[in-house]
Ligand binder design. Structure first.
Ligand code: NAI
Length: 480
């Protein structure tokens, strides 16, 4: 029986390994992590992450050919193939701080593999890493090899949170990069045979190591760039009377562009886009490609601009101050169908409003109060163009209430900000909400999910990104 060990039981490692176990009953899959709390949650009824369909997959395989353990060394030692899905955050100090990827976790995983291995292994980079990381990993492994042979493959993950299980069950592509020597090609074939259990062969792309590593960074950079492009257009739409959804619909129908990632919003979030673009920027700078680095930096700058533009719109619309006013925040996760709040635009928007002394009443269907309070009281790690939206941590906690439903959040509020596109926000009884709010009642739709005409009929003053402004907003001096 082939044995696989997945190091890192997070948003990528957990679902990815669970789907491999589901689709390959003859393979034994052990998912290991240094975090005891994460592993015990994976072994419990309440999994550590929310992802539609995940619970069913885990329940089907756990205790059969899927296990979760903190005994990292034992399972690494026993495995033939080791997937490394540890976190690779942006460095917060030292050389490249604020941009370069922090490979501390990866390096410690590699050293541990070298320490405990007694047989040849295929080591798979699942984490997103800088291009040429495999070279560094190989040095660590070779240096401590005791005659053991390692083949390093790059197999970056393309799942999106919120649709991870569907993405894994029916991937549009699986990318495997390996070295071009016969041993490397043999390793590629071995990993390919795992995926071939459920992925059609024409969707499995094989490349050299560096193309695979760089493709993942390029992939995220291109998706984020599309979002920033449509968000930049949204500002121009507001200034000219064009409507961003109409513009994006025209672009969607262009077969040369395709329909995805063209929804204007308050900005992109999630643990990957910003981190991976910064990483790309750092790699470009390290290679002396300053123009290329600056080009990609602009994608993040526009994202920051979009968030501060939204905050400015809220404040200027509400008589230039939100001090002491109750603002309802609907949605905190960085997108719908996930509980993940890493780099969610809600953090910057909330901090911006708190900076103007607003009192926030926050509701998200999947994010816990603990998580929200933690996110709002931490100083974000800044890259080299911070968006100056941070209040002090002590104010944050006092002015924030996390509540259990949208009606409670909006009761007596002066304004509502929609910050995540959860489906349930589309079907709220907005007449009831309006009746219980302070007047004039404002809605700022940061995800363009609401029916603006209906809301205006009810009596709301509505701001929806990239759509023609209400008379009210037109007559208010706008700062952004
Ligand atoms: P995560 O933070 O949710 O999970 C990483 C896990 O690795 C943590 O549970 C941590 O305790 C564990 N870990 C760290 N060092 C370890 C070690 N030495 N031994 C054992 N466990 C260790 O991170 P996430 O979101 O799963 O991301 C992992 C990687 O996948 C990152 O490189 C990310 O860029 C990439 N990625 C993430 C996607 C996402 O949607 N979250 C999508 C595609 C790629």
């Amino acid at each position: 029986m082939v044995k696989i060990c997945g190091i890192g039981a997070g948003y990528v490692g957990g679902p990815t390994m669970a789907v491999i176990a589901l689709k390959c009953p003859s393979i034994e899959v052990a998912v290991v992590d240094i975090s005891h709390s994460r592993i015990s949650a994976w072994n419990s009824q309440k999994l550590p992450i929310y992802e539609p369909g995940l619970e069913e997959v885990v329940k089907q395989c756990r205790g059969k050919n899927l296990l979760f353990s903190t005994d990292v060394e034992k399972h690494v030692h026993e495995a033939d193939i080791i997937f490394v899905s540890v976190n690779t955050p942006t460095k917060i100090r030292g050389l490249g701080a604020g941009k370069a990827a922090d490979l501390t976790y990866w390096e410690s995983a590699a050293r541990m593999i070298a320490d405990v291995s007694k047989s040849n292994k295929i080591v798979v980079e699942k984490s997103t890493v800088p291009v040429r990381t495999a070279e560094a990993i190989e040095k660590i492994l070779a240096h401590n090899s005791k005659g053991i042979k390692y083949q390093i493959l790059s197999n970056p993950e393309f799942l999106s949170e919120g649709t991870a299980i569907q993405d894994l069950l029916k991937p549009d592509r699986v990318l495997i990069g390996g070295n071009e020597e016969p041993e490397g090609q043999k390793a590629i074939l071995k990993l390919k045979s795992v995926y071939a259990n459920w992925v059609p062969e024409d969707r499995i792309i094989t490349t050299n190591l560096w193309s695979a590593e760089l493709s993942k960074l390029a992939d995220n950079a291109f998706m984020a760039q599309r979002i920033s492009s449509i968000n930049a257009m949204s500002a121009l739409c507001e200034a000219t009377g064009a409507e961003v959804s109409q513009v994006s619909n025209v672009l969607c129908k262009n077969t040369k562009l395709g329909p995805k990632y063209l929804n204007a919003s308050v900005g992109f979030g999630g643990s990957c886009f910003q981190k991976d673009i910064l990483n790309l920027v750092y790699i470009c700078e390290s290679n002396g490609l300053m123009e290329v680095a600056n080009y990609w930096k602009e994608v993040i700058k526009v994202n920051d601009y979009q968030k501060s533009r939204f905050v400015n719109k809220v404040v200027t619309s509400m008589f230039n101050t939100v001090s002491g006013k109750k603002i309802a925040i609907l949605g905190f996760a960085f997108k719908k169908d996930t509980s993940d709040t890493r780099k969610t635009p809600a953090i910057d928007v909330c901090k911006g409003l708190l900076g103007d002394n607003a009192c926030l009443s926050i509701y998200d269907p999947r994010v816990t109060e603990d998580q929200i309070q933690k996110d709002l009281s931490m100083d974000g790690v800044e890259w080299d163009h911070p968006i100056h939206l941070q209040p002090t941590s002590s104010t944050t906690v006092k002015q924030v209430n996390v509540v259990g439903d949208a009606y409670e959040a909006t009761k007596d509020a002066h304004g509502i900000c929609i910050l995540t596109e959860w489906d349930e926000f589309k079907t709220i009884d907005y007449q009831r909400v309006f009746d219980n709010m302070q007047k004039p009642a404002f809605i700022f739709d940061g995800r363009n999910i609401l029916n603006v005409d209906k809301l205006r009929e009810i009596g709301f003053i509505v701001y929806s990104i990239g759509r023609p402004l209400d008379q009210w907003l037109k007559n208010t001096p706008q700062q952004a």
